[in-house]
Design a protein. Structure first.
Length: 330
């Protein structure tokens, strides 16, 4: 069995705090080509001669650039130069990579939606498409177009077709296995997704503001909010399954409030017009319950992320609760 320590008894395992510093110094991507999926490379000294894991002498390298170092195509001096360059640059290229959507199918999974009937227009704010999915099985690559922001509206990641781009203003961007996690500090995840190739991207954690809208989501649950003031939103959520959709369908919509009563049906979806909120408009769907409330963002956040990792709406939000007992709208 190969030794996991070098000649100075230094373990090969790099502590998580050091890895985070290396990612931050590397601006979350390969220091040469800016690929987002990377390894940790000891530059000088190499690992066999290192007495400590020093983040000043370890950088992020993608597999291809790492292989070029091993093949002596890139020198360690060149890697050290690129590492220094990326740390001092004010306009470095954002880390990026590609999703596997070669079958033409594409799905953005969150809020309990796991089937292909979720509308192409997934999330719209005052008519602007924030999340859109284009699935075309057998007719070329599928596509997802999405802008993900943090709780203050700062963009942290974008998906453009089949390419994802992470922005280096984040505190941390960490890729482990099929998961990409973006954090604002050591105690707060702002965005986390999991890739299920080919074609599926599952949102495990999302807490984002986009203009006058706020969306909190996990794989199993979601809360759609419309700001009344800087601290308080009207909130809407529903436990439903979409059975069909058309080009006119919108899964989540935040729009201009209207002086109409709450309604549930195929045309309006689950609609709270006075709050400017709707779910599954112009869709066929089966619904079991929905919840509406007016609460502060912080109050709702404290409820939501404690219980939203599991299916079902109970305790998601302490608002007006409608139990509909599996009604269908076609």
């Amino acid at each position: 069995m190969a030794s996991k320590k070098n000649r100075f008894n230094l373990p090969r395992h790099i502590p998580e705090s050091v890895k985070r510093q290396v990612r931050q110094r590397s601006k979350f991507g390969c220091v040469v080509c800016r690929a987002g999926v990377s390894h940790y490379e000891h530059i000088n000294p190499e690992f066999k001669d290192a007495r400590s894991h020093d983040p000043q002498h370890i950088c992020c390298l993608c597999g291809a650039c790492h292989d070029k170092v091993n093949r002596k195509i890139y020198s360690k001096e060149f890697i050290a130069h690129k590492y220094s360059e990326i740390q001092t640059s004010d306009d470095s290229e954002a880390p990026h990579d590609f999703f596997d959507m070669h079958t033409g199918e594409s799905q953005l999974l969150f809020g309990g939606q796991t089937n292909e009937f979720t509308p192409s227009f997934v999330f719209s704010v005052y008519g602007e498409s924030v999340f859109r999915v284009v699935s075309r099985p057998g007719e070329g690559e599928g596509s997802i177009y999405a802008c993900f922001t943090d709780a203050h509206g700062q963009e942290v990641m974008r998906i453009d077709g089949n390419q994802w781009i992470a922005f280096d203003k984040a505190w941390d961007v960490n890729i482990v296995g099929p998961k990409i996690t973006i954090s604002s500090d050591k105690n707060r995840i702002v965005f986390q997704l999991r890739v299920e190739p080919p074609g599926k991207v599952a949102i495990e954690h999302l807490d984002m503001r986009f203009g006058l809208a706020h969306l909190m989501a996990t794989e199993h649950n979601l809360l759609l909010g419309h700001y009344i003031n800087e601290q308080i939103c009207a909130w809407l959520t529903a436990s439903l399954s979409v059975s069909y959709s058309s080009e006119a369908s919108v899964f989540l919509s935040v729009h201009q409030p209207q002086n109409q009563e709450v309604s549930i049906g195929t045309n309006d979806g689950v609609a709270w017009p006075k709050a400017g909120l709707s779910i599954a408009s112009k869709c066929g769907f089966k619904i079991s319950e929905c919840v509406m409330a007016v609460k502060s963002v912080e109050h709702v956040r404290n409820y939501f992320f404690k219980v939203a990792s599991k299916p079902g709406l109970p305790e998601l939000i302490d608002g007006t609760h409608f139990l509909l007992l599996e009604d269908s709208f076609h």
